[in-house]
Write a protein that binds this ligand. Structure first.
Ligand SMILES: [Zn+2]
Length: 380
């Protein structure tokens, strides 16, 4: 019987006298021995093994062998009780409960002693593997913004920043939005008060820059903008833009086109195909939109896979995707800032950073950029 109960105990386990951990150890051993000699042997060897566990891992392993809920020696012995003769069963049952409780106490005492030892060593275990330091990284939107700013820096543009809380007059009026102009509806605006808004675009920066400085100007305006939009997969109530402004004498649409093509090739490669299509913005005349050939379908509008040919999901079959809006600065904008439209001309362009980042990284949801979920951010 003794062989059976202790057979799971590893004879190679280090041992120690459990008396310092369990003050009544000798009495307990005698009490169990009076009930069942085999249990006394189990308790003695178990207590010595727990007391002699050299570290927390060894202690846990021995605890599992002895007292584990699933496969522990005590659990198995209790399960075997009904098979015993009645006269033996009662003493064995009482004895097993004592062994279980008292071995548990030896285990707890040994664990506390090991923890105290670890603390008194000063908590430095030079054998532990090092922890990787947390290294921050740039947000994907900041990466794209910095890359674009680098590019424009190379084209001779410098950065101009302006307030996010802006006068209605600068956000709209001086940019040639008439007070009742329907174009204001396209910018669903957050008002701070009737004269103050959260800027709906970075273009108010042009007005401020031109009021402060005389031409020639070659500036880019990065920043956060706000729209009272219904939030969905591709719309947020706040996002980021970069505007560019070039003002000098005799700046022409050809200069604009050359600049935009240089820009498109720099981010999408020398082979990218572009087109300019006319579009209306109040602050430019003429206004245009620069499209690039869809990267997924290569401008064909169709994609082909194992299931056959279908409409391209990225460009919705058009073959083109919008990169930015642009145009020649409207004479009324020059008049509003005190420039003489007969003397100076200029072009401007603006793009959404999120749109470029989504295309670049294949991000399907604009909201991911602002949720600050590390599982997302750590991928960049
Ligand atoms: Zn496409």
């Amino acid at each position: 019987m003794a062989v059976e109960l202790t057979s799971a105990l590893d004879p190679a386990w280090s041992t120690a006298d459990p008396a310092p951990l369990a003050p009544a150890h000798a009495e307990r051993l005698a009490e169990i021995g009076a009930l069942d000699a085999a249990l006394a042997e189990l308790y003695r060897r178990g207590a010595e093994a727990l007391a002699g566990a050299p570290d927390a891992a060894a202690l846990k392993e021995r605890y599992t062998v002895l007292l584990g809920r699933e496969r522990g020696v005590l659990t198995a012995a209790l399960a075997g009780l009904p098979a015993l003769p009645v006269e033996q069963r009662k003493a064995r049952g009482r004895g097993l409960n004592l062994v279980k409780r008292w071995l548990g106490e030896v285990h707890d005492a040994r664990r506390a002693a090991l923890e105290r030892e670890a603390e008194s060593r000063g908590g430095v275990d030079v054998t532990l593997p090092g922890r990787r330091p947390w290294i921050g990284r740039t947000h994907p939107l900041a990466q794209v913004r910095d890359e674009l700013l680098d590019l424009f820096h190379g084209l001779g543009y410098s950065v101009y920043t302006s307030p996010e809380v802006e006068w209605d007059e600068y956000n709209f009026g001086k940019l040639n939005f008439a007070p009742d102009h329907p174009a204001r509806d396209a910018h669903d605006t957050f008002f701070v008060d009737p004269r103050t808004v959260l800027r709906t675009h970075t273009s108010p920066g042009w007005v401020r820059a031109m009021e402060e400085r005389r031409p020639p100007l070659r500036l880019v305006f990065p920043g956060r903008v706000y729209r009272a939009e219904q939030v969905d997969a591709s719309h947020m109530d706040q996002f980021h833009q970069i505007d560019g402004l070039f003002v000098d004498r005799q700046v022409s649409m050809a200069d604009l086109k050359a600049t935009l093509n240089t820009f498109a090739r720099a981010i999408y490669g020398a082979g990218v195909r572009t087109r300019l299509i006319p579009i209306y913005f109040p602050f430019v005349e003429p206004g245009c939109q620069l499209d690039i050939a869809c990267a997924l379908c290569d401008g064909t509008g169709r994609t082909r896979d194992a299931a056959g040919e279908r409409r391209c999901a990225v460009c919705k079959g058009s073959g083109w995707s919008e990169l930015l809006g642009a145009g020649m600065v409207h004479p009324n904008v020059f008049r509003a800032v005190g420039y003489e439209p007969e003397e100076v001309t200029g072009f401007a362009f603006g793009m959404g950073i999120e749109r470029i980042a989504m295309a670049r990284f294949g991000v399907p949801e604009i909201r991911l950029f602002l949720e600050n979920d590390l599982r997302f951010l750590n991928q960049f």
